[in-house]
Design a protein around this ligand. Structure first.
Ligand code: ARG
Length: 545
């Protein structure tokens, strides 16, 4: 596709007519960008729209349509039917678009499929083989140059922090944290592939009154051995136990509060145990994340937010007259912005979640000078995130102004119904183990195939985890969805096992057909075979599978 492109500076060897340039698009890295531009150009010519505006109106189509345009969104004068007529009359089939169909307020576009297939295959081939080979030849180093298909450099020189997962030590790891982990890791990968420098950050709930509770409970129920064996579980058990005690004994909460106060004041004797708990929990988490193929660059947490930056932030808010006193506690009034009033400091002087987030964001900016920071947190915390973004904005930080769009909350709906056969899910490893065992049972139902699997445990775990991830991603991010273990077992439709199955099949085709590899350039392939009806064992294709 002939168009100057800012990202890959690559010229496809399969040329389609040249197109106007549209900002933020790159046909040389994404073939469909080019087809969308071709549609936009038609709209622009027939309706007199600027090409950029026309482009934003070209959406992916549903139910067999390649692209769809909803005409009313352009807010043009005149009836929709007349507008549609203008477009249809101007249209002649070309190398990009084969047909346009008018249906009420919509125009549906069908692409020239043969050209689209050839353009995609050429791009895959060029960016995987040709371009890397050219680059290797140009460079003085002997190390191989990686393929660049599916990658781009739009984020070069930019830095993004993706904060995700962020469970609370000593409390349960709920499915919301799992969703954050899945979405966050996905985003981090995506940004990386687009050339951004990515910092994977886990902001642990490692501070707060619950640690006062555990500290007091630990004296009674703590056990070194159990702690070392599984810190996450042991601390959780203690937390549950002290909370029970607190129901009948009011002094428990008081003792806990004074413990936490000592921790906040930096009393080393109150902090010693907490340090060990945190370290052992992080170690355990790291292992579990590894099973999900997730790794964090930074384990920070609420405890790491400096007292000084919290104090400075509060002082600044006072100066700006945003703070109100309420029985000794400090409130920030955001009613003007329909965000209510929020406590920023408790009566006893201890900080809280919101204040730590405010201080934390300021520290992160100072340390990393990020271009973007994404918080992947459940929609249950929408208000919290809006409040703290608003406070940062009011504090006049350049980087926190909405027009900069550098602070982003990626929220998501609740997951319902994810329990294991033994009961409710409390820990991440329960989810992983359940996924593995559900899959393992399924695999065993076919004795012959099961016997052929080299390492059934690992295989079951890998497929099981993919099953969980894909089911999570199949649901619309913002909607609540009900998790269903059975759906995960299906090898049909958009499921994790299907994805793994497809990959295994392709890998096997590759393995068994070395004589066909590397696949020749698409110019040498008979691509008509892809659009003709399926004919099994068609002579001429020597594929063993
Ligand atoms: N910066 C943040 N507030 N991140 C989200 C933290 C989530 C929190 N630990 C929770 O489990 O609810």
């Amino acid at each position: 596709m002939a168009s100057t492109n800012p990202l890959t500076t690559y010229q496809s060897s399969f040329n389609l007519p040249s197109l106007p340039t549209v900002p933020e698009t790159d046909p040389s890295a994404c073939v469909l960008d080019g087809f969308r531009i071709a549609i936009a150009q038609l709209l622009s010519d027939s309706l007199g729209l600027p090409i950029e505006q026309a482009y934003t109106g070209v959406d992916y189509g549903k139910k067999g349509e390649d692209f769809t345009v909803a005409l009313p969104r352009f807010r043009l004068p005149g009836k929709v039917d007349e507008l549609a007529k203008k477009v249809v009359e101007k249209f002649t089939p070309d190398e990009y678009i084969e047909a346009v169909v008018h249906d009420k307020a919509f125009l549906h576009f069908r692409l020239n499929t043969a050209n689209m297939i050839r353009a995609v295959l050429t791009q895959v081939h060029d960016l995987t083989h040709v371009v890397p080979a050219q680059r290797a030849a140009e460079s003085s180093s002997t190390s191989p140059v990686e393929g660049i298909y599916g990658k781009n450099t739009s984020g070069a020189g930019k830095k993004v922090i993706v904060e995700y997962s962020s469970p609370n030590i000593a409390k349960n790891f709920h499915v919301g944290h799992l969703r954050s982990t899945i979405i966050g890791a996905f985003l981090a990968n995506l940004y990386k592939t687009c050339g951004w420098e990515v910092i994977n950050m886990n902001y642990l709930g490692d501070w707060g009154t619950q640690f006062g509770m555990i500290a007091s409970g630990y004296e009674k129920y703590g056990n070194q051995e159990a702690l070392e064996a599984d810190a996450i579980k042991h601390l959780f058990d203690i937390y549950v136990q002290v909370n029970k005690d607190a129901e009948s004994d009011p002094t428990v909460k008081e003792t806990a509060a004074s413990w936490f106060k000592r921790m906040e004041d930096g009393d080393e004797s109150a902090l010693a145990n907490w340090r060990i708990w945190r370290e052992l929990s992080v170690k355990k988490y790291t292992e579990e994340y590894e099973r999900l193929n997730v790794a964090f660059d930074v384990y920070t947490g609420e405890s790491k937010v400096g007292k000084a930056s919290i104090d400075t932030a509060l002082a600044r808010l006072e100066e700006m007259n945003l703070i109100e006193d309420s029985n000794g506690a400090k409130l920030i009034n955001l009613e003007k912005y329909k965000l209510g009033k929020a406590v920023v400091r408790k009566k006893d002087g201890t900080s809280i979640y919101l204040t730590r987030d405010i201080g934390g964001a300021i520290e992160r900016y100072e340390k990393y000078k990020f271009d973007k920071m994404i918080y992947v947190v459940s929609s249950q915390q929408d208000l919290h995130l809006s409040q703290f973004f608003k406070v940062l904005e009011l504090m006049d930080y350049e980087w926190a102004q909405p027009k900069k769009a550098s602070l982003v909350h990626v929220n998501y709906g609740l997951v319902q119904g994810m329990s294991t056969r033994k009961g409710t899910v409390v820990f991440l490893n329960q989810i992983i183990n359940e996924a593995a065992s559900v899959m393992h049972d399924q695999m065993k139902t076919n004795e012959e195939k099961y016997a052929a699997v080299e390492d059934p445990e690992t295989t079951a775990r890998e497929i099981g985890i993919t099953g969980v991830k894909i089911q999570d991603m199949a649901a619309k991010r913002i909607n609540n969805y009900t998790f269903n273990w059975d759906r995960m077992l299906s090898f049909e439709g958009d499921t994790g096992p299907y994805l793994q199955y497809a990959h295994v099949r392709l890998a096997s085709l590759e393995r068994k057909n070395p004589h066909l590899l590397p696949i020749p350039s698409p110019a040498e392939l008979d691509l008509d075979l892809l659009t003709s009806p399926h004919t099994p064992n068609r002579p001429g294709i020597l594929l063993s599978s």
